[in-house]
Design a protein around this ligand. Structure first.
Ligand code: ATP
Length: 192
């Protein structure tokens, strides 16, 4: 079984393409989504111990407060990563065992390169899109504003740094063309 990483910056279209992969019956692990779920369940106690209960005033994690806390504090961000990443890793290990009869599984994460997790993947697919398109897509999707989107984008690696590390690159400008590129990649992966 091969582990295929799927990554791309915010608004590049990872989740959109992942749905297409899922429709093809290929098991997909959404790392960021699993991390968010764990923060509301198993990891709640650890987060409260590290950062205080004010982050869970309503019972659920206040993501804005957490983002505010870690945004300009690399120490707090490291602490949070040390809570979340190993826990997501454990869930992924179980997923791998459950799906072991499949020729390929997909591991999706926005920060696959930034975290170094790509080193545990056999191959990596990178989704790219023009910066301005990504900004407009996220504004439209989240009802966010330009400044907030840019702030998140500059925290991630630039595509120029990611491209040389990827095995396959999908240019997600027109969705139909991107889906076609993805289909070609999946066919190659399933043949070899
Ligand atoms: P994030 O890292 O924030 O989760 P993402 O990479 O998963 O982002 P998506 O959520 O898949 O990105 O896409 C962002 C938005 O752009 C969505 O609303 C999606 O429907 C839209 N979108 C994706 N691809 C295209 C495209 N080629 N043309 C127009 N809109 C697109």
């Amino acid at each position: 079984m091969k582990i295929i990483g799927l990554t791309g910056g915010i608004g590049s279209g990872k989740s959109t393409l992942l749905k297409f992969i899922q429709q093809n019956g290929i098991p997909c692990f959404e790392s960021d989504k699993v991390g968010k779920e764990l923060l509301d369940t198993q990891l709640k106690k650890d987060v409260i111990n590290s950062f205080g209960s004010y982050l869970y005033e309503t019972g659920k994690l206040d993501r804005n407060k957490l983002a505010e806390l870690v945004f300009n504090d690399s120490g707090a961000l490291n602490k949070l990563n040390n809570i979340v990443h190993p826990a997501v890793g454990r869930v992924f290990e179980k997923f791998k065992v459950e799906k072991r009869d499949n020729p390929i599984i997909i591991k999706e994460s926005a920060i696959l390169f930034e975290t170094g997790i790509y080193k545990n993947c056999d191959l990596v697919i990178l989704v790219c899109a023009p910066l301005e398109d990504r900004i407009l897509r996220v504004i439209h999707r989240d009802g966010s504003n330009r400044e907030a989107v840019l702030k998140r984008i500059i925290k991630q690696w630039d595509d120029t740094k990611k491209r040389p590390l990827a095995n396959f690159i999908i240019e997600n400008n027109k969705l139909e063309i991107a889906k076609y590129q993805l289909e070609e990649i999946l066919t190659k992966l399933l043949i070899h």
